[in-house]
Design a protein around this ligand. Structure first.
Ligand SMILES: Nc1ncnc2c1ncn2[C@@H]1O[C@H](COP(=O)(O)OP(=O)(O)OP(=O)(O)O)[C@@H](O)[C@H]1O
Length: 223
C-alpha cells in the first residue's frame, strides 16, 4: 500500500527524519508514537504525498511518488483518507457540507442516503446542519473521521484523532477505526496515548512504531 525505502526529510536546516523504511501491508493496523516534534505529522504527510522526500523512495499503491504526475497524485490521494490533527473544517459550512468536501472539490455529487448512513455510523445524524464551531471536540473528531472515509479510501491515516477528547470518546473513535480495519482498511494512527494503544491491542493485531532519533523503530511488545 505505502512503502518507504531509506527516506529522509527536512524542512531546511538538516534532516528531521532520516533513513526511514517501512512497508504498510494491506489491512494492517499501526500506531505511530514518539515525542512531540519528533516528526509524526511530517511522516504522515510523506505517506499521503503532501510532502516529497528529500531522499529515498516513497511508493504509494505500487508507484514511485517522485515520478507521479499531478493527476496520479490526486487520484492516489483520494484512496487515502486523512484525519487531520486540527480537523481543518470550514466554519461557514454545515457538518454535512464539510464531510462532503472531498467529493465537492472533485465535482462529484453526494449520495444523500450514503451521507445519512455515514453520519449515523459516527453518531452525528442529529448534528448534520450544525456548523463546526457548534460541535464538541468529540463530535468534530467523529466528523473528521466521516470526512476521511467518504471516498471509501483503502488507507486511513489519523493524526492524533483522540487528542482533545475524553477517554470514553477516545474508545468510541478507536472502535470506529477498528471496525474500518475489520472491513479491510489499512490504518495508521499517530498518538501519544499509550492507554489507547493498550486498549487497541486487545481488539486488533496492531504494530507500534516509534519515531525517535530521526528514524522509525518498531516499539517493544511491552506496551
Ligand atoms: N512547515 C514547516 N516548516 C518548518 N518546520 C516545520 C514545518 N512543519 C513542522 N515543522 C517542524 O518539524 C518538527 C516536527 O513537526 P511534526 O509536526 O511533524 O512533529 P510531531 O511529532 O507530529 O509533533 P506533535 O506530537 O507535537 O504533533 C517540529 O520541530 C516542527 O516545528
Amino acid at each position: 500500500m505505502i512503502e518507504l525505502q531509506n527516506v529522509s526529510y527536512g524542512y531546511g536546516g538538516g534532516d528531521l527524519l532520516s533513513g526511514l523504511s517501512l512497508k504498510l501491508a494491506p489491512g494492517s493496523f499501526h500506531f505511530l508514537t514518539g515525542p512531540s516534534g519528533a516528526g509524526k505529522t511530517t511522516f504522515l504527510k510523506l505517506c499521503y504525498m503532501q510532502l516529497r522526500a528529500t531522499s529515498g523512495q516513497v511508493q504509494v499503491f505500487g508507484k514511485d511518488v517522485s515520478t507521479m504526475s499531478r493527476d496520479d497524485i490526486a487520484h492516489n490521494r483520494s484512496r487515502i483518507g486523512v484525519v487531520h490533527q486540527d480537523c481543518n473544517f470550514l466554519d461557514h459550512l454545515s457538518l454535512t457540507e464539510n464531510v462532503a468536501l472531498p467529493l465537492a472539490v472533485t465535482g462529484r455529487q453526494v449520495n444523500m442516503e450514503d451521507m445519512k448512513d455515514l453520519l449515523q455510523w459516527v453518531g452525528l445524524d442529529k448534528r448534520k446542519t450544525f456548523r463546526p464551531p457548534e460541535l464538541s471536540g468529540g463530535e468534530r473528531q467523529r466528523a473528521a473521521l466521516a470526512r476521511a472515509v467518504i471516498q471509501s479510501p483503502d488507507v486511513i491515516l489519523a493524526d492524533e484523532p483522540t487528542g482533545n477528547v475524553d477517554w470514553e470518546m477516545s474508545q468510541r473513535l478507536l472502535s470506529l477505526l477498528v471496525e474500518l480495519n475489520r472491513m479491510g482498511k489499512t490504518i495508521m494512527i499517530a498518538t501519544h496515548d499509550l492507554n489507547l494503544i493498550r486498549t487497541a491491542k486487545k481488539q486488533v493485531n496492531a504494530r507500534v512504531l516509534r519515531i525517535s532519533d530521526k528514524t522509525l523503530h518498531l516499539a517493544g511488545a511491552d506496551l
